[in-house]
Design a protein around this ligand. Structure first.
Ligand code: SF4
Length: 246
């Protein structure tokens, strides 16, 4: 006797993704804020495309906590941009997340770990500080987009990790839509974009690229590594890594 296959009920993340998969980014952010209020964070690198999500979120609430990973290896221009853009958008709660002193002292006292083990370097400078900061939250938002290609082509608007719900309000937007939004709202560009950096992370692992190259072609050049690890999904059955915006 054959039995019909039993389907497990959709998770809350799946239900929300079904509800919001074609929604405008503002609607996605508003829904996330309605659901989670002060338990919702936004993670931003203050990189090349960050102004769009930060501006959209500021229209919903300027008080949404913004997590900024200050790895100690960022370009000076990024640190300046983090300050000027936060002030211009009126963001009231931008938090600088730094590596733990003990992790640096034990694993990278001379700040050269990036030369030999970029995964370990990202772990102590990005993954651990963000994991600790997100203990205070139930959900967070990222600036990842499908047009960045690779694994991000499968990026859902709402996904689930071991401890949090993750919203990707810009998942559906194209480069043209982002550019149009920047022009419409006269958003300031990161100063390194004009110098050929379409994606900006730590200085040792970010290079300028030729016009028309893949957005992330300048990150970890010459290595298999394409992501820093903060977006590695940990929920059972979830795609193992759907790309990092930082
Ligand atoms: S991007 Fe490079 S310098 Fe920055 S944390 Fe990762 S390996 Fe270290």
């Amino acid at each position: 006797m054959a039995f019909a296959e039993v389907q497990s009920p959709p998770s809350f993340a799946q239900q929300l993704n079904d509800e919001l998969r074609n929604a405008h980014p503002t609607e996605i952010i508003r829904r996330a804020y309605e659901l989670y209020g002060p338990k919702l964070a936004l993670v931003s690198s203050f990189g090349a495309e960050s102004a769009v999500l930060l501006h959209l979120a500021a229209q919903v609430s300027k008080d949404i906590p913004v997590m900024f990973l200050d790895t100690g290896m960022l370009f000076g221009q990024t640190l300046d941009y983090r300050k000027s853009l936060s002030a211009e958008l009126g963001l009231s709660d931008v938090r600088d997340l730094r590596p733990r002193f003990a992790d640096l002292a034990t694993n990278d006292p001379d700040a050269v770990l990036w030369k030999t083990d970029t995964d370990a370097c990202c772990e102590i400078r990005k993954v651990v500080p963000l994991d600790l900061a997100l203990d205070d939250f139930d959900a967070w938002m990222t600036g990842r987009k499908r047009f960045h290609g690779g694994d991000r082509l499968r990026l859902p608007v709402v996904e689930e990790t071991e401890r949090h719900l993750k919203f990707n309000p810009l998942a559906n937007w194209s480069k043209e839509e982002l550019d149009a939004y920047v022009i419409e709202h006269n958003l300031p560009a990161h100063p390194l974009v004009a110098a050929g950096f379409p994606s900006i992370g730590c200085w040792p692992c970010t290079k300028a690229v030729d016009a028309g190259a893949d957005v992330r072609a300048g990150r970890w050049q010459g290595q298999d590594k394409t992501e820093c690890g903060i977006h590695t999904a940990r929920a059972p059955g979830v795609v193992s890594d759907v790309g990092g915006g930082i």
